[in-house]
Design a protein around this ligand. Structure first.
Ligand code: ZN
Ligand code: MN
Length: 479
């Protein structure tokens, strides 16, 4: 049986988080009425001239710096000519010969250990308009036309759908940390084209390359790769030949379908864009942008372990999503020093459970870092007990507000007055003589039951530690 090697490369388009389009001042607000955020430039009127968006250049360079790329001091734009209704000018302004960033890479975890996925380059370009198909006609929405896209082109270093998924997740995490894109997949902020080929082990030359276009979910990419690998292996093992082509993933049918035979780069007749000057970046400017880079997840994990005294595992889970780490740190900083581990415990257990139950992100729920800090502090200062705090949390998560006010309004403060608690203990012992007898007969579990009865009499408000101590003392006297 011949063994086959699988080669996958990804071209990932990422929408940059700018206020306006790549070459004009039109707004990029998502969800506007079709063709309302348009002007002569992004509608491709003859004679309209593009003006470069400086912020898009900066965000692309910052991404390149975070991904370990080399930044080209001089980069240029080119015209990529093609004919399709999504591009009124009949060419896309992109970067072909001198992109902004070269090299770099992402390290991903695979079952076989860490693997470096190299990046070939990152270039900047404008998005095409969006074509919507309706029952009786199709429409072109130019709101999307001219959106700044950064295209991250990987080397063909990936060899399975799992690696492709790990690569995209790692990329997304870094880009979110860098704040260069919202990486919102539903809104099409991150779309990947996939190149894939198979070849017999031992053969140097790569097999026939097939490109699958424009997938915007990680699940879709995974499924398309699985399907395409099986299709190609099936063809070659039966002695068939593959054709170089572009295929389309159909999520409903769960298969890829031929779209067009693959064009070569020279079909696009790339030539330098005459309406834009080259981008010159000085060392000083790049140094200035480098200084604005945020801390990466690994560095943040280490710092949080030291700063809040939390274990590596907690720090890793929290640092995984920037918004969780931001929330945790804001809450921990609002508490007295030394409560970091307690805040982390709340986040890792109760809050994570609420997040997965509701399918919300920490930014979408109503809980604020200030409310969590106050809740932890109320328990720490023994104003309320743990069970009361746990009962309040879902309400704060759903409706917001501060726990102190709820405790006050509902009289939830815990009863820590020894005299009052002692009276409740006496009452419970008198009402449960059988349990007291059981305890004396050696059934130690009876003590726990009695503690529960006292908590019940206090409507859950007694200080559980104090109750435990008093129950133990009283039972010891009777033994
Ligand atoms: Zn415009
Ligand atoms: Mn592209």
């Amino acid at each position: 049986m011949t063994k086959y090697l699988i080669t996958i490369g990804l071209e990932t388009h990422v929408q940059l988080k700018t206020n306006t389009k790549m070459f004009c001042g039109c707004s990029l607000k998502f969800g506007a009425e079709p063709n309302t955020n348009v002007c002569p430039v992004c509608l491709g009127y003859p004679g309209a001239l593009p003006v470069m968006n400086r912020e898009a250049i900066k965000l692309t360079v910052m991404s390149g710096l975070m991904l370990g790329c080399e930044i080209n001091r001089r980069s240029t734009f080119d015209r990529k000519n093609y004919f399709y209704p999504d591009m009124a000018k009949d060419y896309q302004i992109t970067q072909n010969t001198h992109p902004l960033c070269l090299g770099g890479g992402v390290t991903v975890q695979t079952p076989a250990g860490a693997k470096r996925i190299r990046i070939n380059h990152i270039h900047l370009e404008e998005d095409a308009a969006k074509i919507n198909h309706y029952a009786r006609f199709s429409g072109v929405d130019f709101n999307r036309g001219g959106t700044p896209l950064m295209e991250i082109v990987s080397e063909p270093d990936l060899s399975s759908p799992d690696e492709a998924q790990a690569y995209l997740l790692a990329l997304k995490q870094i880009l979110l940390y860098a704040g260069v894109s919202d990486c919102n997949l539903e809104e099409g902020n991150m779309r990947s084209d996939v190149n894939i080929s198979v070849r017999p082990a031992g053969q140097e030359r790569l097999g026939t390359k097939v490109e699958i276009k424009n997938m915007n979910t990680f699940k879709g990419i995974y499924a398309a790769l699985e399907y395409e690998i099986a299709r190609q292996l099936n063809t070659v093992t039966r002695g068939g030949t593959l054709v170089q082509e572009t295929r389309r993933w159909d999520p409903d049918l769960g298969e890829t379908q031929p779209m067009r035979s693959k064009e070569n780069a020279h079909d696009y007749r790339y030539f330098p864009e005459p309406d834009l000057v080259p981008v010159s970046l000085t060392d000083d400017l790049i140094a200035e942008w480098r200084a604005q880079l945020p801390e990466l997840p690994a560095a943040r994990r280490t710092r949080m372990m030291g700063e809040y005294g939390i274990p590596e595992y907690d720090a890793g889970v929290l640092a995984d999503a920037k918004e969780n780490a931001d929330f945790f740190e804001a809450a921990a900083r609002a508490c007295a020093p030394g409560l970091g581990k307690t805040v982390s415990n709340w986040f890792m257990t109760e809050i994570m459970a609420l997040l997965s139950e509701t399918g919300k992100t920490i930014r979408e729920c109503a809980l604020t870092p200030a409310a969590l800090a106050e809740l932890v502090t109320l328990v720490d200062e023994r104003v309320i007990n743990g069970p009361t705090a746990k009962e309040l949390l879902p309400e704060l998560f759903r409706e917001g507000g501060l726990p102190g006010a709820l405790v006050e309004a509902r009289g939830l403060a815990q009863v820590s007055d020894a005299g009052a608690v002692e009276a409740l203990v006496d009452e419970a012992l008198a009402a449960n003589a059988k349990s007291v007898e059981d305890f004396k007969a050696g059934k130690k579990a009876a003590a726990g039951f009695l503690v529960g009865q006292v908590m019940k009499l206090s409507k859950g408000k007694a200080d559980p530690k104090l109750v435990g101590r008093l129950v133990a003392e009283k039972l010891a006297k009777r033994a």
